[in-house]
Design a protein. Structure first.
Lengths: 237, 628
């Protein structure tokens, strides 16, 4: 019996001692920051689904693959599971002019990087105002706003999206209205989008965002920040 | 002494080997020489190549288990490509997004394996012990298969590496072939079709192996695809290294015109031979038109005048599951999972009616005629009521009832009950929910019966949730059995004369080249076959509507939306819609409610999906498609 126990102990200790816990290091770096309008210093609002991306490539391999990171709706981003090392990083395919590729070393621990860029266009929340209108037996929400354009290309489309979720946008909405625009616009010119309130619940607060899409390949919408209103209690001039 | 022993053994080993020691012929495999020595061997090799060619038939489906999307007979709940378009919706799942960049549709590795075996065929043909005529035909078939394979690649990935010989493994250049531009790839495909046409003849009459006309039909299809890309690529522009190097996109309007011309010429060569015509070209009435049109797809061999190329299913061991998945619940036999293909209202709306030729004729359900209201039943609206639910479709193009099982239509001698609700005698609606009311001892259930096996609609998963079921390809004399799986053996029409006509007219109307009057004649020939008697004019809208209707469920819509860059327009926060037949117990008549298909969500097509992800970038050194 003693022998058996002894041999069992030897066997177990052999098995245990021959293993290492893990031969790969865990991610040791955190990478975060925001995409910022270099003129105003504000973050640039994004879409949650189909929004702008950060492409990054971890160097030190042959043919490294492009990895991708997405922005939050408010224009910030965060990846807490990165490996420290040399990277090429570029925010791309978004609603801004892509900056030059950054060659950076991501250190162990926290790494904050803000990208200062020029958005394709800007819709300031202070320029947005809403009205309610009774027309042909239906209630309509009218949104007046201004688009400050930084591109030489046309504005392709304007869009108003409405939802109970503050991440409201291109893909997250209960109702939306898209209007083809296809021309340049003047920053002082007030533009109008309207949407019927049919199907929306009275007495509920909704989030609304207004966006403009630049006519550039793979461009994403430029949005204002989400505005919370009860559309049925808007002023009716 | 020991030293000598070892030396002796070493010498023994060395001298004991002759040079052929490692060159043993395997005994369990047939060598290339033996295989190609007999005509039967060549036939077997060709059968294998045809089997692996990317034919988008009944067994073309997203394959999550690996092995590529073709010849796939696994269980993915009938999530076939038709339910990813605006043709139909699956009764069980709505996960179009699941297939995202179509990793499950990946065809890369298998395409290049097939390409290698086609190249191998090219390399052995000169030494075969057969006469030159047969060699020439083999060359023709090899060119056809190569073009077919590269067409399959180009429409998924854009410009791809073009490899036309077996690479020398010792040279880097031959191992790492870079991607050609998208334009070079399409030019290569069309030139390969030409080589096939030159070498092939009229064929052996079986329509199961390539002949001259099939190669021309392939060229017609591929050229139209290339032309549309050249013309419409900018509707969904992409960016990045692959775009800068023209590996995707980068084609001009001149290219578009050149490709449209190629399509017109190839199509017309088929048309002008007079060897082909439309099946049942002159029906006496719409009913006869529907019967003919349905019959062609159920029994392709009966339509020899129209069919160019058939994908043959022979044995139940190598069959497909299309009829099983598509079968109405009432006729499912022992198959447990019927009713998965549900044509949507948006597709049904697109059909013309005989009284209003030249226009899509949406199903009108209310007296106000408003067909854009999908918000469900509203008692304040006046609904049109019908004694027989089929009456609401009475005036529609015959191809509707030939392609779709309509509510209460007859199939396999049974009335297929598709009912989605009742209006109770007190006016309470019970729609897309279980409920019943008893009047004079008779119980009326919202879905037509409290026993789900007696009906085919609106019971979740087993019944249609769009109000329609597929009919095209379902044979009246086929009895679904389970097991085995994939026991359907009806054949697939891969190329038919009708498509050639449609390719021709689209190219004419898009490019202004070719003969407008002929194109218009062909358009009306197709409509005439469907029972129309009034001619319409050749406009892009008319041609595209005709194409959508005529080629419904033939797995063409997915590529029409792709090549014309309409996918992201059609699916832009888009819900798909249903038509719910409701029995009004107050009048004992049927009314219809236009709704969103239940248990589905709004869907959008991201533009990067126009090109699929290329696998293995880190080892094959290729430039990836945009946004992957």
């Amino acid at each position: 019996m003693k022998h058996k126990i002894l041999s069992l102990i030897i066997l177990i200790s052999l098995i245990v001692s021959s293993c290492e816990l893990d031969n790969y290091d865990a991610p040791d770096a955190k990478f975060f920051g925001a995409i910022i309008d270099k003129e105003t210093g504000d973050t640039i609002p994004q879409d949650l689904i189909d929004g702008s991306k950060i492409d990054y490539i971890e160097l030190g391999y042959k043919n490294p693959q492009i990895q991708q990171l997405r922005f939050h709706v408010d224009g910030t981003f965060r990846n807490d599971l990165m490996f420290s090392g040399d990277y090429k990083i570029i925010p791309t395919r978004g609603n801004f002019f892509s900056p030059d590729t950054l060659n950076v070393y991501i250190n162990k621990g926290e790494n904050k990087i803000d990208f200062l860029v020029t958005p394709y266009c800007t819709i300031k929340n202070e320029d947005v105002r809403f009205e309610l209108k009774d027309y042909k037996g239906k209630l309509w929400l009218l949104a007046y706003f201004k688009v400050i354009q930084h591109t030489t290309e046309n504005i392709k489309e304007l869009m108003l999206a409405i939802d109970e979720n503050p991440n409201v946008g291109l893909r997250i909405n209960t109702k939306y209205f898209k209007r083809p625009f296809k021309k340049m616009t003047d920053p002082d010119k007030e533009l109008l989008l309207y949407i019927s309130l049919e199907g929306l619940k009275e007495g509920t607060k909704y989030y609304i965002r207004i966006g403009a899409l630049a006519d550039i390949p793979e461009a994403r919408y430029n949005w204002c920040k989400a505005i919370r209103v009860d559309p049925f209690s808007l002023p009716q001039p | 002494m020991k030293k000598y022993n070892i030396l002796f053994i070493v010498i023994l080993f060395l001298s004991g080997c002759s040079k052929e020691f490692l060159d043993l012929e395997p005994t369990n495999k047939i060598s290339a020489n033996d295989l190609f020595a007999t005509e039967d061997g060549i036939k077997a090799y060709m059968a294998n190549l045809y089997y692996r060619a990317p034919v988008e038939d009944f067994n073309w489906a997203a394959n999550p288990y690996g092995g590529g999307p073709f010849n796939f007979t696994g269980n993915i709940a009938g999530m076939y490509p038709i339910v990813w378009t605006d043709e139909a919706v699956n009764s069980e799942y709505d996960d179009i997004q699941l297939y995202g960049p179509w990793a499950f549709m990946g065809w890369w590795e298998h395409a290049y394996k097939l390409n290698k075996d086609i190249n191998m065929l090219f390399s052995v043909i000169p030494d075969l012990d057969i006469d030159n005529e047969k060699k020439q035909l083999l060359y023709g078939e090899a060119y056809f298969l190569r073009a077919y394979n590269y067409f399959g690649l180009a429409k998924m990935y854009g410009g791809v590496p073009i490899i036309t010989k077996i690479p020398d493994l010792n040279t880097q250049e031959e191992l790492y072939v870079p991607r050609s531009t998208e334009k070079e790839t399409w030019d290569f495909i069309l030139a390969t079709c030409d080589s096939a046409v030159i070498n092939l003849d009229d064929g052996d009459g079986t329509k199961r192996r390539a002949n001259k006309w099939i190669a021309l039909a392939l060229k017609s299809r591929a050229a139209l695809h290339a032309a549309s890309l050249a013309k419409y690529w900018d509707k969904a522009p992409l960016s990045g290294e692959a775009v800068d190097k023209k590996l995707v996109g980068g084609m001009t309007n001149e290219d578009a015109q050149r490709y449209y011309k190629a399509c017109i010429d190839a199509s017309y060569e088929i048309i002008k031979t007079g060897k082909f015509s439309l099946y049942g070209a002159n029906p006496a009435n719409p009913d006869e038109a529907a019967t003919n049109y349905f019959h062609m797809f159920a029994y392709p061999d009966d339509a020899a005048e129209e069919v160019l190329f058939i994908r043959d299913y022979v044995t139940k061991e190598y069959g497909h599951m299309y009829q099983d998945w598509g079968q109405p619940n009432q006729t499912k036999g022992t198959w447990p999972h019927p009713g998965r293909f549900n044509p949507i209202l948006d597709f049904v709306d697109a059909f013309e009616s005989y009284s209003n030729p030249g226009h899509s004729s949406p199903i009108i359900t209310t007296t106000d005629g408003n067909y854009s209201n999908y918000s469900g039943y509203n008692p304040s609206r006046n609904y049109l009521e019908f004694d027989n639910p089929l009456d609401i479709f009475a005036d529609k193009d015959a191809r509707l009832k030939a392609s779709v099982i309509l509510p209460m239509a007859t199939f396999k001698g049974k009335s297929i009950i598709i009912q989605g609700g009742i209006i109770k005698t007190d006016g309470t609606p019970v729609i897309e929910a279980a409920g019943e009311e008893t009047i004079d001892g008779i119980t009326y259930h919202s879905f037509g019966s409290a026993n789900p096996s007696l009906v085919s609609g609106f019971y979740p998963v087993i019944g249609t949730r769009s109000g329609f079921l597929i009919r095209k390809y379902l044979q009246e004399d086929f009895e679904p059995i389970y097991p085995p799986v994939a026991a359907c053996v009806n054949d697939w029409i891969e190329f038919r004369y009708g498509e050639v006509l449609l390719n021709y007219m689209e190219s004419v109307v898009e490019s202004g080249q070719g003969d407008v009057s002929k194109a218009e004649e062909y358009l009306n020939d197709l409509r005439h076959r469907a029972g129309h008697t009034t001619n319409i004019s050749l406009t892009l809208e008319n041609v595209l509507r005709e194409r959508r209707i005529e080629l419904a469920f033939e797995n063409k819509r997915i590529w029409d939306l792709t090549r014309r860059r309409e996918y992201h327009k059609v699916f832009d926060n888009t819900y798909r819609h249903s038509l719910v037949p409701v029995l009004d117990l107050r009048t004992m008549k049927y009314l219809f409610v236009r709704s969103r298909v239940s248990r589905t969500h709004a869907w959008s097509y991201p533009t990067q999906w126009y090109y699929k992800i290329i696998p293995g970038i880190s080892s094959n050194n290729l430039i990836q498609n945009p946004q992957y």
